[in-house]
Ligand binder design. Structure first.
Ligand SMILES: Nc1nc2c(ncn2[C@@H]2O[C@H](COP(=O)(O)OP(=O)(O)OP(=O)(O)O)[C@@H](O)[C@H]2O)c(=O)[nH]1
Ligand SMILES: [Mg+2]
Length: 420
């Protein structure tokens, strides 16, 4: 090749390179200019709105990413939150304003794992009015509609028939013996409310089923079905995921008071009840049970921070009479009766054992205990995020009452019956 030919080739390559890079830089410049124009347009708009339409407070609250917040687009109902699930049910949370972050964590988990496909409504209950911030954040976290109820004073506060001297004395004794929440007056109100009043609240009256949720809990697995539907189709009235032993010092006389009630009202005792679950103290695997109570109760109860239940069971004459009997006995205040053993004693004695259901495949955590499906296949299929070997998984450990429940209610899974 002649020298001049080589020079030509090199010159052509350089020209091509220059041309290509100039096109590239031009395009880049154009896009930068475009972005700049967007920015300046955006800031111009923001300034214009800021100066002309909003007061100082709202400018402070304006979000840079979008102006949808100030325009209240979301809260004006542009989001479709119409119920998809077909059951007459609500998800209910008794909660305090300051628990907002923990409430949102529980909601996020339950929405992602279950409710966003069904959009069941949420009902929030409180003994004081909910803050606007609480209402705003929770209604935006919910996929379904939300309602907020103020609990009437009579449903929450200590009844006037409670002897104040006896009550103060009991508080003192519980503090001295280091009983969990022994010092708390509000905890006692909460337990009495959850035992006898949550299902009577105005907002709850229209529903047949409830799903109780507490702040700061987590649902480990996809539900893959509508648990409300499962309850109705299978005639289930009460369900749980964790069963364990109650602190005996909180309920010294609850069992005896319950037995007195059934002695006076034998018609409310179901012939196919689960009393054995409450009284069985035999060895389970290699675990013996040693409970220090002056009666037959083994302290087993369903942990009520997770509950899916039939509200009509709680509204029944038998439950209402039972609650009133306990209420008059005063043990919610003179002792520290929890709603979990109260619900458990009622369900175990008044329902047919087939009406109580253990949801074995949901996966759940409420500190310090959790439940995680033991089957690897279920964990994979339901996208569970839990470690079955974690020490928080109570399942068949010595402090769990689940094996005792299986012994009473049978170890039947809906899957086996072809229901799921
Ligand atoms: N509005 C209101 N809700 C309460 C009050 N006390 C408790 N709660 C709610 O009642 C439920 C049970 O209370 P928790 O404090 O979680 O009781 P717990 O589950 O026995 O104990 P933790 O181990 O602390 O979770 C939760 O949903 C609380 O948000 C109260 O004084 N007012
Ligand atoms: Mg709790």
């Amino acid at each position: 090749m002649q020298l001049y030919q080589k020079v030509w080739i090199v010159a052509i390559c350089i020209a091509a390179l220059v041309l290509q890079s100039s096109t590239y830089f031009n395009e880049k410049l154009e896009s930068v200019n475009y972005e700049q124009s967007l920015f300046s347009e955006y800031f111009k708009n923001l300034r214009k709105k800021g100066i002309q339409e909003y007061d100082g407070e709202e400018i402070f609250r304006a979000k840079l990413a979008s102006n949808s917040y100030s325009q209240k687009i979301l809260l004006d109902g542009n989001r479709d939150n119409a119920q998809i699930g077909t059951e007459n049910a609500t998800i209910v949370m008794l909660v305090r304003n300051w628990e907002l972050d923990s409430a949102l964590e529980s909601m996020r988990s339950l929405e992602d794992r279950f409710n966003k496909k069904y959009r069941y409504p949420w009902t929030f209950l409180n003994d004081v009015p909910f803050d606007p911030e609480f209402i705003e954040a929770t209604s935006l976290m919910a996929s379904g509609a939300t309602e907020y109820g103020l609990i009437p004073k009579d449903d929450w506060e200590r009844p006037s028939f409670i002897n104040e001297t006896k009550f103060e004395q009991s508080l003192k004794e519980m503090i001295e013996s280091n009983v969990l929440y022994g010092e708390s007056r509000s905890y006692r109100n909460m337990c009495r409310f959850n035992s006898g009043f949550f299902f009577r609240q105005e907002l709850m009256k229209k529903y047949d089923y409830y799903f109780r949720v507490e702040p700061n809990v987590e649902y480990y697995c996809d539900f893959e079905y509508d648990p409300f539907k499962i309850m109705r189709l299978n005639g289930k009235k009460y369900s749980f995921v964790i069963a364990l032993h109650e602190y005996e010092e909180t309920i010294p006389t609850l069992y005896d008071t319950t037995m007195d009630f059934f002695e006076e009202n034998p018609q409310y005792l179901h012939p196919n009840n689960s009393k054995f679950f409450l009284t069985d103290t035999s060895m389970m695997a290699n675990h013996a049970i040693k409970v220090d109570v002056p009666n037959d109760y083994n302290l087993c109860h369903f942990w009520s921070n997770f509950e899916i239940g039939d509200l009509n069971f709680f509204r029944s004459e038998s439950y209402l009479k039972y609650f009133e009997y306990l209420n008059q006995a005063g043990g919610f205040y003179y002792e520290r009766w929890g709603d979990a053993p109260v619900h458990t004693l009622a369900a175990a004695l008044m329902l047919d054992k087939s009406e109580i259901h253990y949801f074995e495949d949901l996966g759940y955590f409420h500190g310090p205990f959790g439940n995680c499906p033991s089957s690897n296949g279920i964990r994979l299929q339901k996208r569970c995020m839990c470690d079955y070997s974690d020490e928080s998984v109570i399942d068949i450990s010595s402090h769990s009452c689940l094996p005792r429940w299986w012994k009473t209610g049978g170890k039947t899974f809906l899957k086996d019956k072809g229901v799921l």
